[in-house]
Design a binder for this molecule. Structure first.
Ligand code: SF4
Ligand code: SF4
Length: 96
């Protein structure tokens, strides 16, 4: 998610020409990668997800740069989310 890659063609599917669309998804935290407490939401059963703010984006997203502020500690699901994948393109068409 949101890996900066430079390109001259905005029609290509790249994080650098995206609005961090995938960072609006619900992100479950299923392993300990060191996500800071302030970004974690816990349900009544102890399930953990990334907190989202009223604008819909993950609380850990920098609103100015649209970059992840906890990149080294981002959840496993964020690491696995592949730029250009079906899921990625599916999110982009909703917001771009
Ligand atoms: S939706 Fe795709 S292109 Fe956009 S930030 Fe996520 S992985 Fe990158
Ligand atoms: S932790 Fe980072 S990469 Fe994952 S949804 Fe939040 S801002 Fe995006």
């Amino acid at each position: 998610m949101n890996i900066p890659i430079k390109s001259s063609s905005p029609s290509e599917v790249l994080c650098s020409n995206c609005k961090a669309c995938c960072c609006r998804l619900e992100v479950m935290i299923i392993s300990d990668t060191g996500v800071p407490e302030e970004f974690i939401l816990r349900d009544q059963y102890g399930g953990e997800t990334m907190k989202r703010l009223d604008d819909g984006w993950c609380a850990a997203l920098d609103r100015e740069t649209l970059m992840c502020t906890i990149y080294e500690n981002r959840p496993w699901i964020c690491r696995e989310f592949e730029m250009g994948s079906y899921e990625c393109i599916d999110e982009r068409v909703k917001y771009l």
